[in-house]
Design a protein around this ligand. Structure first.
Ligand code: MTE
Ligand code: MO
Length: 383
């Protein structure tokens, strides 16, 4: 693979793997703004960043089980109604490093910042699929298609040099309220190369792996995409399954991500010299479920205090209409006393009352995905 044409990146990103480039921002940078800047947005790749430089000739083709295949240019996509959707993209491997401390897992190590909250601009996939004759809210195309496959132009070794691909159910793709986008903008600017220039998919509320970058083709297919990242990677196995007894076909491809939160104002270990500590971070849940509350404990989980929460630049209350922010994270903040036992814990509850698990061992899985265990940091008084 040729890594000699990678784009420039912000020097403060923490590099977890260089080729392919996988990096996350420092914890504190993540909570410095509600919308994550492009510079500080995590970068997750499986091969070199492809170069798409002839925009005049660039086309995304839409075919498979449709009556008539089409090709769309960027100009044609831009003429469709444009939506700006604020959505948190989270890698299923977020917090993998902490899971691997319990027992070794396979995969790139990530601290707690393999996610970001951006405003994505583009056309709705449900509008695009109407052009090829598939109405809104369809579970089947007339030719028997039930899934929508996204195929990239990049090359990954897991696909034996072929492109990255993934699929989502047709029902979700044709549901305007699922807000699946063909995005050409990120935070009001043209998408940059790292994040999928000129066109990527955004599947809100779903693990990042389904939001295919550098889109080449969209195919309507009968069965789920058979690619590596759908069938042999992003699946959640029970703790009893290891590499000697794994049967990939027994589990579904992971789609929605579960409720998650993490403290970003503190590192794993901190020296403090005052009695009060600011605990701030993010909380997010998949599937369009909002965040109901975030609880903080300084006594190992016996007593909890509720953190203040923010969405956009306004205080946000859980029972309101979630509106356009239902895919976005909530930032939280609380000021607490220094813990006697030296540990601060955060856990979030989503609007369906799902709660994060207390310990990582009950959700350990060999690929190290979806570590959503209570987030714990340690503080020590400086002497
Ligand atoms: N799309 C392509 N073409 N190639 C990739 O390697 N990685 C996926 C997804 N889309 C990937 C891809 C994964 S695992 C994640 S988490 C997100 O892109 C990361 O998107 P980002 O780099 O814009 O943050
Ligand atoms: Mo990912």
């Amino acid at each position: 693979s040729d890594y000699s044409h990678e784009p420039p990146r912000h020097p403060s990103l923490k590099i977890n793997s260089k080729d392919p480039f996988n990096a996350e921002p420092p914890r504190a940078a993540l909570i410095s703004s509600y919308v994550t800047s492009v510079d500080f947005f995590y970068k997750r790749n499986h091969g070199p960043i492809p170069i798409v430089d002839d925009l005049e000739r660039y086309r995304v083709s839409i075919g498979g089980l449709v009556e008539k295949s089409i090709e769309l240019s960027m100009d044609e996509l831009r003429k469709l109604p444009k939506y700006n959707i604020t959505a948190t993209l989270q890698c299923a491997g977020n917090r993998r490093t902490a899971m691997s401390k319990m027992r070794t897992v396979k995969g790139v190590g990530w601290d707690i910042a393999a996610l970001g909250n951006a405003t994505w601009g583009g056309a709705k996939l449900s509008d695009v699929l109407e052009i090829v004759g598939i109405p809104k809210l369809s579970s089947n195309s007339s030719l028997g298609g039930r899934h929508v496959e996204f195929i990239s132009v990049d090359k990954c070794k897991e696909e034996k040099g072929g492109p990255y691909k993934a699929s989502i159910p047709l029902r979700q793709a044709t549901n305007p309220e699922a807000d699946v986008l063909l995005a050409y903008e990120m935070n009001g600017e043209v998408l940059n190369r790292d994040h999928g220039f000129p066109l990527r998919v955004i599947v809100p509320g779903v693990i990042g792996a389904r939001s295919v970058k550098w889109l080449d083709r969209i195919d309507i297919i009968k069965d789920e995409c058979q690619g590596f990242f759908m069938q042999k990677d992003y699946k959640m196995f029970p703790p009893s399954v290891d590499w000697d007894n794994i049967d990939w076909s027994t589990r579904k491809s992971q789609m929605d991500f579960p409720v998650q939160c993490a403290i970003c104002s503190l590192e794993d270990d901190n020296l403090i010299n005052q009695g009060k500590i600011t605990v701030a971070g993010y909380a997010v849940s998949g599937g369009g479920r909002g965040i109901e509350r975030v609880d903080i404990s300084v006594d190992g989980g016996k007593k909890w205090i509720e953190a203040g929460r923010y969405q956009k630049d306004m205080p946000y209350f859980a029972d309101d209409d979630l509106g356009s922010e239902k895919w976005a994270w909530v930032l939280f903040k609380a000021v607490v006393d220094a813990p006697e036992n030296g540990e601060i814990i955060a856990k979030a509850v989503d609007t369906a009352a799902n709660v994060q698990p207390e310990n990582v061992d009950v959700i350990w899985n060999l690929r190290g995905i979806l570590n959503t265990s209570w987030h714990r940091v340690r503080v020590q008084k400086a002497s």
